[in-house]
Design a protein around this ligand. Structure first.
Ligand SMILES: CCCCCCCCCCCC(=O)SCCNC(=O)CCNC(=O)[C@H](O)C(C)(C)COP(=O)(O)OP(=O)(O)OC[C@H]1O[C@@H](n2cnc3c(N)ncnc32)[C@H](O)[C@@H]1OP(=O)(O)O
Length: 274
């Protein structure tokens, strides 16, 4: 988890300081030992490289569940995925980056839908050690002030969903690199959940409870950097536009360090009869 990563990083930093103090106090040179072992200063350097200041976090709230998602979201305000508020990528500066929000975790296991049972690719067959080891979905929720300020309508770009994920070492194409098809799958699912969030918003449908299913009509992915096996990452899904039954999303996959590993765009079309 990123939280534990940050905690570990903090511990690493503390250890680095302690080791550095030790080196300074005792005048150790810390060269690489002749027998090939790594000297003290290498340990210090390694620890310092590991540490990085945490980025600004999303607001954390203990707000109760909203009424329209009684069994979908569980009340677990996120503490371990970082905000994109300080993102300097113009491509992804969603409109509400200056207002308050928090994340609520969604729970696929509690959704009564056969597609999310064992037959589901991500939560079923491809879930497990070495495969998709984590795929935690969070809905972004604006706080009351943000809701008041936010323009309503179907075309304002905004982050809807994030996914905190990790992939093991059994889903590669080239050695050590996660298969692009797997990343496309991860994107497709995330954008599907973003659609599910949007369709429950009261200004989206005349009847929010009506079961209107959307399918992926088009999915495009740009792979920007190899996502290596054993990596953690965050997918951020943005809603761009809606034209009748057509709903457009874009998304990006960030490494845990915030580097953009892949970008996706997605067209979901609401089916006529489901
Ligand atoms: C709580 C649980 C959470 C659960 C969350 C779970 C998330 C799971 C996510 C998994 C998502 C998937 O993988 S879904 C599985 C993969 N996808 C599929 O199997 C879809 C297969 N394709 C289809 O069924 C169909 O082609 C549809 C439904 C997409 C479209 O057929 P249609 O409804 O008859 O639409 P049609 O009248 O032809 O076109 C409507 C408009 O869309 C445009 N259009 C149609 N197709 C395309 C296209 N590929 N690219 C661009 N534009 C298109 C047309 O030009 C037209 O524009 P205009 O003239 O109106 O301007």
């Amino acid at each position: 988890m990123m939280q534990s990563h940050i905690r570990q990083s903090g511990a690493a930093a503390a250890a680095a300081v302690a080791l550095f103090s030790y080196c300074t106090a005792f005048g150790r040179e810390g060269k690489k030992e002749e027998n090939g072992s790594v000297g003290v200063h290498h340990l210090v350097a390694a620890a310092l490289v590991e540490w990085r200041p945490p980025r600004r976090h999303a607001a954390i709230s203990s707000a109760p569940l909203t009424s329209f998602y009684p069994n979908l979201a569980i009340c677990e305000p996120i503490r371990d995925v970082e905000s994109d508020n300080d993102d300097d990528d113009d491509d992804n500066d969603d409109n509400d980056s200056d207002v308050g929000f928090y994340y609520l975790r969604m729970n696929p296991k509690e959704v009564e839908r056969t597609s999310l049972s064992d037959s589901h690719a991500i939560f079923g067959a491809l879930s497990g050690t070495g495969m998709i080891e984590r795929y935690d979905i969070y809905r972004r929720v604006l706080d009351d002030v943000a809701v008041e300020r936010k323009p309503r309508g179907g075309s304002s770009r905004r982050e809807v969903v994030i996914v905190n994920l990790s992939v093991g070492d059994k889903l590669n194409g080239h050695g050590g690199i996660v298969h692009g098809g797997i990343l496309s799958l991860l994107f497709d699912e995330a954008m599907g959940w973003a659609y599910e969030c949007l369709r429950h918003e009261d200004d989206w449908l005349d009847d929010p409870s009506s079961p209107v299913t959307a399918v992926t009509a088009n999915l495009t992915v740009d792979f920007r950097a190899p996502f290596v096996e054993g990596s953690e990452g965050v997918i951020r899904v943005y809603h761009d536009e809606r034209k009748g039954r057509k709903i457009y999303f874009t998304a990006k996959l960030e490494s845990k360090d915030g580097e953009e590993m892949a970008k996706g765009s997605f067209l979901a079309i609401r089916m006529k009869y489901l």
